[in-house]
Ligand binder design. Structure first.
Ligand SMILES: [Zn+2]
Length: 1159
């Protein structure tokens, strides 16, 4: 016999199977017969159905008690199981049945509401279900009738909070004045009924999940009320409960400020001032610390949107596109929906689900080669780019004249380079003449393309002032003036020794002086010749017509001695910076707001006591500098040419500083959503003074570095764009120095040209076949170099020539993204290694022909863009069908690949060098059908799928060889969003198994021997060298002539170099000291929080009003939240049970039950 239920209530024991539970509360009446049932439905279903059919009060209470017992123990799985069995609906029906009567039975309603809150909180569809059952408005009605009954009100409020997870339910409650009812329940500070007050605020916050409710709250002026409440509660928030209420109020404010009107109300009602003040108090009291972060984020979010002080968001550099006479491509176009464009291959930035969705699962797209994008007839033109195939190596017989043979070798085909390097004494006229003769020479070449460089227009411009910093030093620094005068006095000796005014430097004198400086102080920098650089720069074509060289590019850079550790992140740095920004808004004291540099206004005069900025040089990027406070400057970067976005890269000159003064710089229009600047990365600085003193180093520098979302918005239109501030503080070492600051070690196009020239001179032409050609001209008319490197054959014998012409090809490309200058440094390492006399390099040259296109985007690099080419397109998304006019470098690189395929020389390895701004280490992305299908969870059966695992050989080898490389960061997934990248297209269309993107960090490593260090150019170049080493690993499967002894040498090296702790599986970032919150969302209320609130309510001794003091005392007597407290609470909630069984018995029974569950 079963006393509680109706006749159909049977107990068949299957409830145990559900979650292994059993209703112990029945035991005092004797354990019911578990085998009595013949019903096929489970016990839980029976309980639920009984509950809905509204039996007598006592049996319903019993069922509620059973359910509560069941759900309180164990995990959420039970609740989810109950939800799947219609638990929510049953509770809602019971609620409606009980609650709709004229005078509802609160003995029944309270436990029902409590249970509903707990269950509903885990039911994603509870809102809809509540609407369907008619429970939403019913609960609101119950609340209206019980505003004076704290416990009842609290129970209703929790349920309303839970229902509000659905937008339509929240709107329904809002429309029926739920917000007003609840708002009126929130009092000024009191010590009474804290549970109910918190429940009201939480319900209020939950209702603010909808636009309509937020609008209504704002229009009714509740924002000022909420602020007043926060101020009041905060002032008295000395106890934990009041703190919780402050948190809840902040949550309301966070929600309400999701809307523009809400933010405006917040600001106009003094919200920022209030939070600024309260937060200062919080900082003084450790107990209030937890309120600081949400307050700071609220302030950051609500600082009024301020348009960037620009006349237009368009880049200051526009370039007329072919076919579009005026450079106004999509002038007012909104940027892509996905304006947070990621670095190439940065799929992991997306959410896990998005990421998996992005994987290519269409087997035909993964396996079948698409048709070529052009007819075969267009391919023979690329024959000229394979000079090693046609070269006859006649000079090999003439070993007595290696110099001549070198010339013959390098000029045998269409060399675009100067015949000889210019020396310092050469005058301008002859330089221009040289340029002209070259252009005529190359246009008469065998191929149809004309030399894109043409005559050098920039040469004349360079006469005026070779580099800006130099003149700055002349005009500013006394010590330098002395130094430079000294040099110039010597220089002018031959010219009569007149001492002219510093400012009126004559061009010839100037140049002579540079020569002198170079002679006397020029550092011996390997593979760098300043004069060669100047000559190369004179031919470089830029949109603004640069006439000035940045000193570091001209003078050269040596890696500083020693390693540079990542910068320690100061605790709470972001908070401090946001405070400072808020101060700017709150008070005008000390605010200057004066433009001191404007790229578009060279006539701008700035006061003599401010920093001076300059960026009109190759790769330079700074559009505007605004002095904000005495030693603080806002910097605005120039958008990519012909575009209005992609700002991230910067490179500029700064001078007129005072030593030992900390200057704060804020780059205020960065676009990436996060940055390694938050994780130990520092910008780089080059001091001209240090360079002249023999320390020509780019060094990592800056303190108080932090990257966060700010309150700036585009100057016009473009509403969706969000900007981020990179802030850093620099204390300069010297007075009146000239310094350069950059996002990363700059590497200009002119540097590449000069470097290739030096390399060409450095190789032994009898051994190394090194040929530089022009792949094509760029949009702006610069040459895109392509280099062929291989070993000269041992002799002109048939067998040696045959071996040469059958060497497999390896193609390497880089710097398609101009802001990724690290890719160029890695490429520099690769090029220098391949040209070196190292035995491994010799073996590689003998085994392979290297085709290297070191800079796929010269125009972008030159003009200081971050991501795009001049046509404002990301060139690494053009590979599917590149436009020959708009993306010539990609079109012809792909053409060369097609050509190589067509003559049976498909590259064995293809690798595109990139830089990664948000991850550490160096790693590869490759392509694998199987791994993509596995990762996507695709149903395609991969058992019969054959795939050569050889794509893993190089990453595995690199993991052993290259200290900066991390195998664990590599992946081989083919994403749909990357289908037009070099890696995927070369793999899919050319069938190159080993097709990679190499990503090098802008920051440093979190594993291996470089762990905790930022990478410098030395490490980047080493990486380029190690990549070459790793290519030995693929020589085994082509019958290459690479000697086995070398391979075994590599294997021996493994023991020395095997420094990896192969268990560094932690994915990306180490946990940061401080949570960096970028979303505008406030933290969600956790399920456990609500549970504890609900349980707390059950602990109230009486349904009727009870003084808070008393309740606290009662709590103290009970001694915390323990078993006994819950049991006694249960006893009060289910009074009839308490009459029948002592709390102790219940506790024991529960223990017994738990024992059964877990056994
Ligand atoms: Zn990239």
């Amino acid at each position: 016999m079963f006393g509680y239920g109706r006749s159909n209530f049977t107990w068949n024991g299957t409830l145990r199977e559900l979650e292994g539970s059993c209703p112990t509360c029945f035991t005092e009446r004797g354990r019911p017969s578990m085998t009595a049932s013949t019903s096929s439905s489970s016990g839980l279903e029976v309980l639920l159905s009984t509950l809905q059919n509204a039996g007598d009060v006592e049996s319903t209470l019993n069922i509620l008690n059973v359910l509560d017992e069941l759900l309180s123990a164990g995990t959420d799985r039970r609740i989810h199981y109950m939800i799947s069995k219609g638990g929510s609906e049953a509770l809602l029906t019971a609620l409606v049945n009980t609650g709709r009567s004229f005078s509802p039975n609160y003995t029944l309603l309270l436990p029902l509401l409590h249970l509903l809150a707990k269950v509903g909180h885990r039911d994603r569809r509870i809102g809809v279900k509540a609407e369907d059952a008619g429970a939403a408005l019913l609960t609101l009605n119950l609340l209206r009738h019980n505003v004076k009954h704290a416990r009842r009100a609290a129970a209703c409020l929790w349920v309303i909070q839970v229902f509000s997870s659905s937008v339509s339910t929240a709107n329904l409650i809002g429309e029926n004045h739920g917000l007003d009812v609840i708002y009126r329940l929130i009092p000024q500070y009191t010590t009474k009924h804290l549970h109910a007050i918190k429940a009201a605020i939480d319900a209020f916050a939950a209702l603010l999940c909808t636009k309509a409710n937020v609008c209504s709250v704002v229009s009714k002026g509740y924002v000022s009320g909420l602020l007043r409440l926060y101020g009041d509660w905060h002032a008295k928030a000395t106890q934990h409960a009041a703190m919780a209420i402050c948190h809840s109020l902040l949550r309301c404010l966070h929600k309400v400020t999701h809307s523009t009107a809400g933010r405006q109300a917040f600001v106009s009602q003094g919200g920022i001032r209030l939070l600024y003040g309260t937060t200062q108090t919080c900082l003084l009291s450790k107990g209030l610390e937890s309120l600081v972060e949400p307050s700071v984020q609220l302030m950051r979010k609500c600082l009024p949107k301020t348009p960037l002080p620009l006349t237009s968001d368009r880049s200051a550099y526009t370039f007329p596109m072919p076919g579009r006479p005026h450079a106004v491509p999509d002038m007012d176009a909104e940027p892509d929906e996905n304006s947070e464009e990621s670095d190439d291959e940065e799929a992991e930035d997306n959410k896990e689900a998005d990421f998996d969705d992005d994987l290519e699962t269409d087997l035909s797209k993964l396996r079948l080669r698409p048709d070529p994008d052009r007819p075969k007839e267009l391919l023979p033109q690329y024959n000229r780019l394979c000079p090693e195939l046609s070269h006859d190596f006649q000079e090999l017989g003439l070993s007595s004249e290696p110099e001549e043979s070198s010339t013959a070798s390098s000029s045998s085909s269409s060399s675009d380079e100067e015949a000889a390097p210019l020396n310092g004494s050469q005058c301008h006229g002859s330089r221009r003449g040289a340029a002209r003769s070259e252009s005529s020479a190359s246009s008469s070449g065998s191929h149809s393309e004309t030399d894109p460089e043409g005559p050098a227009p920039a040469a004349a411009q360079l006469e005026a002032r070779d580099f800006h910093s130099h003149s700055s030093i002349l005009s500013t620094s006394p010590s330098f003036r002395t130094k430079v005068r000294e040099a110039r006095d010597e220089a002018s000796l031959g010219q009569g020794g007149e001492d002219q005014g510093d400012e009126e430097e004559d061009a010839d004198n100037h140049r002579t002086m540079i020569d002198r400086l170079l002679e006397r102080r020029g550092a011996c920098i390997p593979h760098h010749e300043p004069k060669l650089y100047r000559a190369a720069a004179a031919k470089t074509k830029s949109i603004p017509g640069f006439s000035i060289l940045a000193f570091p590019d001209f003078w050269g850079h040596l890696p500083p001695p020693g390693h540079e550790s990542m910068a320690p992140r100061k605790p709470n740095i972001q908070r401090q910076k946001v405070f400072e920004d808020a101060q700017r808004f709150l008070s005008t004291d000390g605010i200057i707001n004066q433009v001191v540099f404007d790229l578009e206004d060279s006539s701008l005069q700035c006061p003599s006591d401010t920093l001076k900025f300059f960026s009109k040089f190759e790769c330079g990027n700074l559009r505007k500098a605004v002095q904000v406070r005495r030693n603080e400057y806002d910097l605005i970067l120039n958008a990519d040419a012909n575009s209005c976005q992609h700002t991230q890269w910067f490179y500029f000159e700064v001078s007129n500083m005072v030593a030992a003064v900390p200057y704060r710089f804020n780059v205020i229009n960065c676009e990436k959503s996060n940055s390694q600047f938050n994780y130990g990365m520092q910008p780089v600085l080059y001091s001209v003074r240090e360079a002249l003193e023999g320390k020509p180093h780019w060094v990592r520098t800056g303190t108080e570095i932090c990257y966060f979302r700010n309150h700036f918005c585009p100057a016009r239109g473009r509403r969706r764009t969000t900007f981020y501030t990179l802030t850093f503080t620099i204390t300069f070492k010297h007075n009146e120095d000239v310094c350069y600051l950059a996002y990363h070690y700059p590497y200009t196009y002119s540097a590449l040209k000069a470097h290739l020239k030096v390399l060409q001179k450095s190789v032994d032409p009898a051994k190394v076949f090194f040929q530089q050609q022009v792949l094509c001209g760029t949009l702006a008319g610069n040459a895109c170099p392509v280099i062929t490197i291989t070993a000269c054959p041992a002799s002109r014998s048939w067998i040696d020539m045959h071996q040469l012409r059958n060497r497999p090809c390896i193609m390497l490309t880089g710097r398609v993204h101009p802001g990724e200058s690290n890719a160029s440094w890695v490429m520099k390492g690769t090029l220098e290694f391949l040209c070196s006399s190292d035995p491994v390099a010799q073996s590689l040259r003998e085994a392979f022909v290297f085709k290297i296109i070191p800079m796929l985007n010269p125009d972008g690099v030159i003009n200081g863009t971050n991501r795009c080419d001049l046509n404002s397109e990301d060139l690494n998304r053009q590979w599917c069908k590149p436009n020959p006019v708009l993306s010539p470098t990609i079109y012809h690189t792909k053409g060369l690949l097609y050509y190589l395929s067509s003559i049976g020389r498909t590259p064995l390895v293809f690798c595109d060098y990139h830089g990664h701004s948000r991850k550490k280490n160096v790693f590869l992305y490759g392509c694998s059908v199987k791994e993509t299908l596995w990762q996507s969870g695709s149903a395609v059966n991969t058992v019969g799928l054959k795939e050569d695992p050889g794509y893993r050989t190089i990453p595995k080898t690199l993991d052993r060889l290259a200290p900066a490389f991390s195998f664990n960061s590599c992946n081989y997934l083919v994403e749909k969003s990357r289908s037009a990248t070099a890696r995927v297209v070369v793999w899919r269309e050319m069938g190159v198994l080993r097709s990679y993107t190499m990503e090098s960090t802008h920051n440093g490593c979190d594993q291996g021997i470089y762990k905790g260090l930022q990478t410098g150019t030395r490490e980047l170049q080493e990486m380029g060298m190690m990549f070459c080493h790793s290519l030995l690993s693929v020589t085994k499967d082509v019958k290459a002539l690479c000697s086995q002894s070398l391979i075994s040498q590599i294997d021996l090296d493994h023991n020395v170099l095997d420094h990896k702790s192969h268990n560094c599986f932690e994915d990306d970032e180490p946990p940061c000291v401080e949570e960096i919150e970028y979303s505008a969302d406030c933290p969600a209320l956790k399920g456990a929080d609500l549970d504890s609130d609900v349980n707390g309510n059950t602990a109230s001794a009486d349904e009727e009003e009870e003084g808070d003091e008393e309740r606290r005392e009662a709590e103290q007597r009970r001694g915390g939240v323990g078993q006994s407290q819950q049991s006694s609470a249960k006893g009060r909630l289910f009074p009839h049970l308490a009459r029948q069984a002592s709390a102790e018995t219940l506790g024991e029974n529960r223990n017994a039950c738990n024992g059964q569950i877990t056994s």
